[in-house]
Design a protein. Sequence first.
Length: 177
Amino acid sequence: MKEYNLTTEQLKQYIPLLECGDRIYLSGTVYTARDAAHKRIFELIDKKKPLPFEIKNSVIYYAGPTPTPEGLAIGSCGPTTSCRMDPYTPKLFDMGLVATIGKGERSEAVTEAIKRNSAVYLCAIGGAGALAALSITKCEVIAFEDLGCESVKKLTFKDFPLIVGIDGSGKSIFRNE
């Protein structure tokens, strides 16, 4: 297993080098979106309306941060179980999404979309949201503010620790392959 310090802008070009189980310390812009936000994003897609952020070349973190304590950029910000977004994810990868970040196994449809689009699924450590928040230097709500913790946020990561859960070839840490 290898370790990489990458920015979100570099991630796409490194996907062919990344292997299941590699560690990544990711810096750059990442967007949060969970179930309710995905539903609204797809309503916008269906109506051909502008999206809250450009999907192509983006990274989505499945997280719903807690309120921000004084002196910090964000509250606890651990990963949400990824399979809840599986009905939406293949289309987003087909639209040019580079990576998703969450926890847990993904469906075969998501794995196939990752392979088809040379994308990647990155896993964050569950149960360590307060620790993960220390690697987020900026948080801004950019859409669906009424959803509270499930609103879409634009985050700035600084060396956020991740593991490659499914690499660009479709190999998964969740399956014996």
